[in-house]
Design a protein around this ligand. Structure first.
Ligand code: HEM
Length: 486
């Protein structure tokens, strides 16, 4: 009665446990991606690992296979466990819903991410970035202080998404501690560190049981489900407050930010109140830590490579428009490649299928097969990115393009691909450019005295930057910040 399609003919690491497969080994890595890359080199760009209860999971980084799985015309659906677990927090929001409901919701929300609408948000990016600079300056007791930069980048992106999407001021740069902000703090590190055997098996059961039995699993609670349900409860409250404060939204209005589009969809009966509340937490979660953490990784890499900060500072003097700055944009692409916040996406084969592979080969896969599509491994394939694929090198993006066309931006899988790709990718890029520009113009970043090693905590689905050996402290990127008096 468990859905366990088998692909035993595909190579992979030797089995370790029937009950837990390789799931615990993978999740207990200090630094997510190390094992995936080791196995990828050993077994190739499609290999098999064990899931709980003897399940076979195919880990895929082959560009052709990814293109097939995420293809616009026939995308594989997300796996049942992803939708179930995230659904506890996000309800029926855009990330979780499927098929026609997804199509309807995406059509309603899409205009909020048009180029014209995003130009309106640019002012908010600018104002919040300036606020960040002033708040950071004001908080430094000395000229060269160490701060946990990810707290600041996370605060600025929370304020931006609140204002740009919902005209709601979380005020986190002013030190306001909202209930929602608090509930989301350490969301992944507290609920997912030292995962127990029961917690692994619980998720695997959701993936493998028939839909009709899933209702029963809702009665079981784990640390993760409790924390996700708590975030949902708090976010519903915040969503109601926001929608009430925006009640004057006009049915036939011209504005196209998210709150307007949702307000209008509610008035015209295209979305119900529950769906609208679900979008709030969806956009706060998807559009806040993702970008905040990416900026923090970027500053960490720039602290290790101060010469790259100088190049960006020079470009900022030379060019007026962010899109024209070659090295700054190359550094942004490189951080998205090197530190993808979502390390892999799980998908399920909707029917028996034949996967095309690079080099002209194919692979037959059975209906129900689970795939872990590794953006992390794809982004580091030496066959695509060169021999230095596992090193930080923004200059690679100054050279000519790649022999593939995948994903929505720069041939990266970081924003996903196909109809379920990130709706906010342009928003995120403009935000990254503006925050980075303002920070680099005003500060110099370096590693703290004695250095620090930041590793990638394997949160699911998001990677969290933590100090090596100190994951229990949650997201942390301590950097020395020196104010520049230009
Ligand atoms: C560096 C920043 C970001 C990264 C790396 C990122 C990554 C991703 C990825 C990988 C997906 C696909 C998930 C899947 O297929 O299961 C996704 C979906 C999504 N993202 Fe982002 N994202 C970022 C920023 C944003 C921002 C700023 C917003 C909103 C303003 C946003 C909103 C969403 C939404 C709503 C979805 C679901 C889309 C759908 O299923 O139709 N993201 N994102």
């Amino acid at each position: 009665w468990l859905n366990r399609p088998s692909v035993k003919h595909v190579k992979g690491p030797p089995p370790v446990s029937f009950w837990l497969g390789h799931e615990r080994v993978l999740r207990s890595q200090g630094n997510i991606g190390e094992l995936e890359m080791k196995w990828c080199k050993e077994y190739g760009t499609v290999y098999r690992v064990g899931g709980c209860f003897g399940q076979d999971v195919l880990v895929v980084s082959d560009p052709k296979a990814l293109d097939h799985i995420f293809h616009t015309s026939h995308p594989y659906p997300k796996s049942q466990d992803f939708n179930f677990i995230l659904g506890l927090m996000l309800g029926g929001g855009l990330i979780v819903v499927d098929a026609e409901i997804h199509h309807r919701q995406r059509k309603i929300i899409n205009p909020a991410f048009s180029r014209a609408q995003l130009r309106n948000s640019q002012l908010i990016f600018q104002q919040c970035s300036d606020k960040l600079v002033e708040a950071l300056k004001g908080s430094l007791p000395g000229p060269n202080e160490t701060v946990n930069i990810v707290e600041w980048t996370s605060n600025v992106t929370l304020d931006i998404i609140g204002l740009a999407a919902f005209r709601y001021d979380f005020g986190s740069l002013e030190g306001r501690n909202t209930e929602l902000g608090q509930a989301m703090r350490h969301l992944f590190t507290t609920s997912q560190s030292n995962t127990t055997a029961f917690e692994f098996m619980f998720v695997a059961l959701i993936r493998m049981l028939p839909e009709s039995v899933l209702k029963l699993l809702r009665l079981i609670s784990t640390r993760e489900t409790r924390q996700f349900a708590r975030v949902r409860e708090v976010s519903r409250k915040a969503a109601r407050e926001i929608m009430i404060s925006q009640y004057e939204v006009q049915e036939q209005g011209e504005d196209k930010d998210i709150v307007d589009l949702l307000g209008r969809a509610c008035l015209t009966g295209k979305m119900n109140a529950d769906e609208i509340e679900s979008q709030l937490i969806t956009f706060v979660l998807a559009g806040h830590e993702t970008t905040g953490t990416t900026v923090a990784w970027l500053l960490y890499e720039l602290a290790i490579h101060p010469d790259h900060q100088s190049i960006i500072r020079e470009e900022l003097k030379q060019f007026k428009d962010y899109d024209s700055m070659p090295f700054m944009n190359a550094a942004i692409k490189e951080v998205l490649r090197f530190h993808p916040i979502v390390h892999s996406l799980t998908r399920t084969a909707p029917h028996d299928d034949v996967l095309p592979l690079s080099g002209g080969k194919t692979l037959a896969v059975p209906k129900g097969q689970t795939f872990a599509c590794s953006m992390y491994a794809y982004n580091r394939l030496s066959s695509l990115w060169g021999d230095d694929a596992e090193e930080w090198n923004p200059a690679r993006f100054l050279k000519k393009g790649l022999p593939v066309s995948l994903g929505v931006y720069a041939n990266l899988m970081t924003f996903g691909a196909g109809p379920r790709s990130c709706i906010g990718w342009r928003f995120a890029l403009m935000e990254l450019q503006t925050i980075l520009a303002r920070l680099i113009q005003n500060f110099e970043f370096s590693l703290p005295e004695g250095g620090v090693e930041i590793v990638q905590f394997p949160g699911s689905p998001a990677v969290v930057p933590v100090v090596k050996g100190k994951a229990h402290l949650g997201a942390r990127v301590p950097l020395r910040v020196k104010v520049l008096h230009l």
